[in-house]
Design a protein around this ligand. Structure first.
Ligand code: BTN
Length: 269
């Protein structure tokens, strides 16, 4: 049993405005679901829902997100972005904030697989799901849901994830470091970075977040295959990120912007 995550520990680790108000649960269906409901009831920007264990966690594209009690950091943050903020860039921002925080707390080198999977040694260690509320064509809330695999060992993962996923503790052990990452401290670090980068976006500065995302990208300069939600696929060389965080591919000499898709394969140039 780990005792690194509790409302009290989180409150004492947090230094900025994100993370207040806070709701903590030992077990919950999905933090994103509760945060969306809370947003509907008027939760302010910065409100956070955290749980030790999700019983109905959701991933991108309607997939389920598995977890084991005591093993992951799982939380959702409520944002109220003004209309000037490009929602596509929230996806980019969340990936960068999470990658930076893992790197600073665990001292492990992170990369980002577009759009925002956080990777350690080419395996996914954190996933991000952003869900929005739109009323009368206006975005009223965006919920940023983040799940970081902190201690769930590779050989205990569900079989379908074993080859592709990892945890911070597995990578620390592989590096010969017998250390444990404190989930409350990691949460505070992610929230602090989310808040800083979000403030820049609100102030109209988006170049910084795009530069940081490009520097960590696992795909730029490589030949990639992408699958759209429809099931169709496209392949080309990943050239850059657009001003809204879309992946720009060179497909037989034609620039093609992918706003929503998933990387199916990556080939080195
Ligand atoms: C993905 O990689 O498919 C995204 C996974 C997002 C998981 C997080 S865990 C906290 C939040 N609550 C959810 O139900 N999902 C997100």
């Amino acid at each position: 049993m780990t005792d690194d995550l509790s409302a009290q520990r989180i409150v004492s680790a947090i230094s900025g405005g994100f993370g207040s108000p806070l709701q903590y649960f030992d077990e919950l269906g999905s933090t994103n679901s509760l945060a969306l409901e809370w947003a509907d009831e008027g939760a302010p920007e910065g409100a956070v829902v955290v749980t030790d264990h999700q019983t109905a966690g959701r991933g991108r594209w309607g997939r389920s997100w598995s977890s084991a009690p005591g093993s992951l950091l799982q939380f959702s943050l409520v944002l109220r972005p003004p209309s000037a903020v490009d929602v596509g860039l929230l996806t980019t921002l969340a990936g960068v904030a999470c990658a930076e925080a893992i790197e600073s707390v665990a001292g492990l080198l992170t990369t980002i697989k577009w759009p925002n999977d956080v990777m350690l040694d080419d395996r996914k260690c954190a996933g991000i799901l952003i869900e929005s509320r739109v009323t009368d064509s206006r975005l009223t809330a965006a919920v940023v849901g983040i799940g970081v695999n902190v201690v769930w060992d590779e050989d205990e993962l569900p079989p379908e994830l074993r080859e592709r996923a990892t945890s911070l503790s597995s990578r620390l052990r592989a590096a010969g470091r017998d250390e444990r990452v404190d989930r409350s401290e990691l949460l505070a670090a992610i929230l602090s970075r989310l808040e800083g980068h979000y403030r820049s976006l609100r102030d109209g500065v988006s170049s910084e977040i795009l530069t940081l995302a490009k520097l960590r990208s696992t795909v730029l300069g490589k030949h990639v295959g992408i699958r759209y939600m429809s099931g169709e696929t496209v392949a080309g060389r990943a050239v850059t990120l657009s001003s809204s965080g879309a992946l720009v591919l060179d497909v037989d000499g034609e620039p093609t912007e992918i706003e929503v898709g998933e990387i199916e394969h990556v080939l080195d140039p």
